[in-house]
Design a protein around this ligand. Structure first.
Ligand code: AMP
Ligand code: FE
Ligand code: FE
Ligand code: ZN
Length: 279
């Protein structure tokens, strides 16, 4: 049965591989299909689509939009979004600007705390990224010897509630769902297993989510089962993916391809996107 990994990041956000490399690695792992779902950017989609033609991997255009609920985060995937549409590109530009400003504000706080890293260092760490993020700051802190891991950087300094934390752009799940649908995409609730309460699943369902990522690296079999049942009950599309950022796990193999779904789910996503465009 052909398999698909529908949650992958590239260096256009906080992943390590270029979009082309993501697709090449997918072909090496015999994946029939992938979705590129960078945080708050579609900058890598065109390159991924081209690589998909070259390496014979079906590429689904995607994005992962970060939203806020109470004190936590809730991520919404958008599949088959009209990623070249002018209005959508403009929306993404606003995200980019916000992420840039936030990154600089975090650097300022770190400097005040006596951790001397510069904008230039972070920008050079982020290299090709369109969407700057805390992982780029964390990697810069490691390079400067202030921490020994990304995890430590979050726990000590830049995670929520830590001294150099700066609030993200507050976007509600409803706003992200509407944004995705408004540009012909299919909104899917990402990794519900990472939410602090299942009530947020209900919230997303009430606000028009069309799919649930039941299968994810952070979901064990019981969790996945529970999410499959919720999705079936509400007639939502069941998706899944590894959420690989280019990290090596499983005896030096990439995380990519270790959580997959039947590639036929892509037809459902495509049909749903078509319907969204019609309304
Ligand atoms: P940002 O988009 O700038 O708010 O950064 C969030 C990203 O940082 C997430 O998408 C994860 O990839 C990563 N991240 C969040 N929390 C942690 C953590 N505790 N340890 C390592 N990486 C994290
Ligand atoms: Fe990430
Ligand atoms: Fe996520
Ligand atoms: Zn992700």
């Amino acid at each position: 049965m052909p398999r698909a990994d529908l949650h992958l990041h590239s260096n256009k956000s906080d992943g390590m591989l270029s979009p082309g490399e993501v697709v090449l690695e997918a072909s090496k792992r015999n994946l029939a299909a992938i979705a590129l779902t960078d945080h708050d950017t579609v900058d890598g989609v065109t390159e991924a689509l081209r690589a998909g033609d070259k390496y014979n991997v079906k590429v689904v255009p995607g994005v992962e939009i970060n939203t806020s609920v109470d004190n936590g985060e809730l991520h919404i995937l958008g599949y088959y979004i009209e990623h070249t549409e002018e209005g959508f590109v403009r929306e993404m530009q606003r995200f980019k600007k916000f992420r840039m400003d936030r990154t600089f504000a975090i650097i300022k706080k770190l400097n005040t705390l006596g951790l001397y890293i510069t904008k230039e260092q972070v920008l050079s760490e982020a290299k090709k990224a369109d969407a700057l993020g805390r992982p780029h700051i964390a990697r810069t802190l490691i390079k400067n010897g202030y921490v020994s891991s990304v995890k430590e950087a979050f726990e000590k300094y830049i995670g929520q509630g830590r001294p150099a934390y700066v609030e993200r752009r507050r976007l509600l799940p409803r706003e992200a769902i509407e944004l995705i649908k408004g540009y012909g995409g299919v909104p899917v609730l990402a990794h519900p297993g990472t939410l602090s309460s299942n009530l947020y699943i209900e919230l997303c369902i009430n606000e028009g989510i069309q799919g649930i990522e039941a299968f994810h690296s952070k979901h064990d079999a019981n969790k996945a089962d529970a999410f499959v049942n919720i999705a079936r009950k509400h007639n939502l599309i069941i998706t899944g993916g590894s959420d690989c950022h280019g990290e090596y796990k499983y005896n030096d193999d990439l995380l990519m391809g270790h959580t997959t779904v039947d590639a036929r789910v892509i037809d459902r996503l495509k049909n749903m996107a078509y319907n969204n465009r019609m309304c």
